[in-house]
Design a protein around this ligand. Structure first.
Ligand code: DGY
Length: 407
């Protein structure tokens, strides 16, 4: 595997734009929030200084509110839509007005454990704390973390959002030109109706001047999401450990952990018996067994029924974990978050399973992910049935997880 280790490192350094890493050339030409956290963990395997730098660049774009934006537009690129002219957040550097899954504290802990740079950790700590405090202040519904836009979850077109998205009126969106389908096959991307609604939700936020309270109260899309809830819960556990390292009081963080643990249980769909997305506006579940459901272990929550679902799903695909139930009505093996396997989510799921002692499933998921990469290269996502590559190539986070596993 030496050759693939070398290629993975070359992808990270090749996607390095000087202090930040793009997810992949062309399709995603900026710094994305959670991609950056994975890039940082990948860099920590061979260049700890560069790993810290990635997180420092990310937090340099943090808003005064504590929010850390989902994209930082360091250098404007006409090959991407919607760019800073559409978001209009009036920041320097320009950013989007929404956030993304808070993996950064977990990344910081991992980097610190390899490279005990207390000063750099101490500088990042209050920023991470402020971001988590922003979530607690603006994004909890009964303790579960809500997204105000599908792009916040990172799982843009997951069937999890179909019900809530159907209620978004996109009649006023007008004409625009997508850029994503100029880079990859349109059959692997969200559809036009999805994009219309993504823009409509964006315009609502923009018209409020990106007012978090107004968005939470009246935004056209507000969904309590298992992936955000589990990822923030885990990030708070890691942040509490870092507080201990720095001799800081972790009381506030412990409070959030308890709140999120209770919140996670409000995502339990008792009919399907799994963790599910819940539309806050209507109170209804999505009825979507997705890869997000399996992040419970990553958050430190063991669940017998979820393990049964996982065993069953792994028995029905050649390569796990499909991002959506392969027997669900919306399954599509190639369309982005409606079925394909995402190495980066597999990394999180396997990490949680291993920590909970479910080694058989963790091993299977890691082996499947490695096999997909060995067969195809470092693609963005993969077909769970036939193992075909999909989306962007030479993808930063796919290379990053390879390097973390290579140790
Ligand atoms: C995109 O442009 O497809 C991204 O997923 C938005 O974050």
């Amino acid at each position: 595997m030496r050759e693939l280790d070398d290629r993975a490192r070359a992808i990270l350094t090749g996607n390095d734009r000087g202090g930040y890493t793009v997810p992949t050339r062309g399709l995603y030409p900026y710094q994305w929030n959670w991609d950056s956290a994975f890039a940082a963990m990948g860099f920590s395997a061979f260049d700890p200084d560069r790993a810290w730098r990635e997180l420092e660049t990310l937090f340099a774009a943090q808003w005064e509110t504590g929010m850390v934006p989902h994209i930082i537009f360091h250098e404007v690129d006409p090959g991407y839509f919607p760019g800073p002219d559409v978001w209009q957040t009036h920041r320097q550097p320009p950013t989007t007005g929404i956030t993304q899954p808070p993996v950064a504290a977990t990344a910081a802990r991992r980097i610190y454990e390899r490279d005990h740079d207390r000063a750099r950790l101490a500088a990042l700590y209050p920023k991470m704390l402020a971001w988590h405090r922003w979530f607690a202040a603006h994004r909890l519904d009964r303790g579960a973390v809500c997204i105000a836009h599908p792009w916040e979850a990172g799982r843009d077109n997951a069937p999890d959002w179909d019900g809530a998205m159907a209620g978004v009126d996109s009649s006023g969106v007008g004409e625009y030109t997508r850029r994503d389908t100029a880079h990859v096959d349109a059959a692997m991307r969200p559809q036009k109706i999805d994009y219309d609604r993504y823009l409509s939700i964006l315009y609502f936020g923009r018209d409020t001047g990106w007012d978090a309270a107004e968005i939470a109260a009246n935004g056209p899309f507000f969904v309590a999401d298992p992936s955000m809830t589990f990822i923030l819960l885990r990030a708070n556990r890691d942040l509490a450990v870092l507080a201990g390292v720095l001799g800081e009081d972790s009381g506030e963080i412990e409070g959030w952990i308890a709140e999120l643990e209770a919140g996670a249980e409000t995502l339990w769909n008792a009919d399907g018996e799994y963790y599910d997305s819940r539309d806050v506006r209507t109170g209804t579940f999505a009825n979507s067994l997705s890869c997000a459901s399996y992040l419970c272990w990553y958050a430190g929550i063991d669940n017998r029924r979820m393990l049964e679902h996982l065993r069953s799903v792994l028995g029905r695909v050649r390569y796990g974990v499909p991002s959506y139930d392969p027997e669900g009505p919306e399954f599509n093996a190639l369309r982005y978050w409606r079925g394909p396997v995402w190495g980066v989510v597999n990394f999180l799921i396997a990490d949680g399973l291993a920590a909970a002692g479910h080694e058989v499933q963790a091993d299977r998921i890691r082996a499947d992910t490695r096999a997909l990469i060995e067969r195809n290269g470092f693609f963005e996502y993969f077909d769970p049935l036939e193992g075909r590559p999909a989306g962007g190539d030479n993808f930063t986070w796919t290379a990053a997880i390879w390097l973390i596993w290579a140790g």
